[in-house]
Design a protein around this ligand. Structure first.
Ligand code: DGL
Length: 270
């Protein structure tokens, strides 16, 4: 059953992910819509989402959605490939806001790339769900989409280990495995992975990689515009940040993508 939404264009747009990864999307939307109020929830207590079961991901997502609904948000951005891949179908149409899942929102654009071999780097849960393959081949059945999960990458980003020698070795070895399959482009299908782009591009051309955040942000803006949900207010919007643990770690790790100037509040649900 679809819920009647009756949304207010002045209400905030909310984002969530397991930690800082979703800021890769948040920062792009912020640049396109500086006058919107934005809310971000980083579920730092439960990361990495990529290693969690579907039941757990559903529980975390529903708790966060209820919180966003209570804040009166007009839109919620699933700035997390893992929850978009695993639980989107279960949660769509259950809440009183517009819902934007990253994988489903960017797949049509990815399907129109003039290539036949597309690699996807993502978490274990995203790869095992086959969501990118299933969504992209709905639009282009000639494209061969193959995925590989990178077990340590989220840990590297969330623990400030990006320039550590051991991390660089692990990243290079995952990259080499992917390159054995001759991808013409590689989607960074986890919002944490763009934090590693400088390391990845030490070994291959940077433009081999696609960070879907830019196209996703444009998709969200266009859709809100079509639904007449953009805030017409011209004052600068306000940011609010929430985490489920470790606000200082969040501020520190966020730096590559966003300068978090307001201290995140800790909110936990269970
Ligand atoms: N950044 C998320 C994603 O896009 C989740 C990473 C994780 O916590 O495993 O999939």
């Amino acid at each position: 059953m679809t819920i009647s939404k009756n949304l207010n264009s002045k209400s905030p747009i909310a984002f969530f992910d397991s930690g800082v990864g979703g800021l890769t999307v948040f920062s792009k939307v912020k640049r396109l819509l500086p006058n919107e109020d934005l809310v971000y929830y980083g579920d730092t207590l439960h990361m990495p989402y990529g290693e969690k079961s579907k039941a757990d991901l559903l529980k975390y997502s529903n708790n966060i959605f209820k919180f966003f609904e209570d804040l009166g948000c007009k839109a919620v951005v699933m700035a997390c490939n893992t929850t978009s891949s695993v639980v989107y179908r279960e949660v769509v149409d259950r809440y009183k806001f517009e819902l934007y899942p990253i994988v489903q929102s960017v797949s049509e654009i990815l399907s129109s790339l003039p290539i036949t071999r597309l690699g996807v780097f993502a978490t274990r849960a995203t790869i095992e769900s086959n969501a990118y393959q299933n969504e992209i081949t709905k639009y282009n059945s000639d494209m061969c989409v193959f995925g590989q999960f990178c077990p340590s990458w989220v840990h590297i980003v969330e623990n400030n280990l990006i320039n550590n020698e051991e991390s660089i070795k692990l990243i290079k070895s995952d990259l080499d495995k992917m390159l054995d399959n001759s991808p013409e482009k590689i989607v960074l299908g986890c919002t944490h992975y763009p934090f590693l782009i400088d390391i990845l591009s030490k070994f291959v051309e940077k433009d081999l990689f696609i960070d879907p955040a830019e196209d996703f942000a444009k998709f969200i803006v266009n859709d809100l515009k079509t639904k007449q949900l953009l805030n017409k207010n011209t004052d600068l919007g306000k940011d609010s940040f929430y985490v489920s643990s470790n606000p200082d770690g969040f501020i520190g790790n966020a730096k590559l993508f966003y300068n978090v100037t307001v201290r995140p509040q800790i909110i936990t649900f269970e």
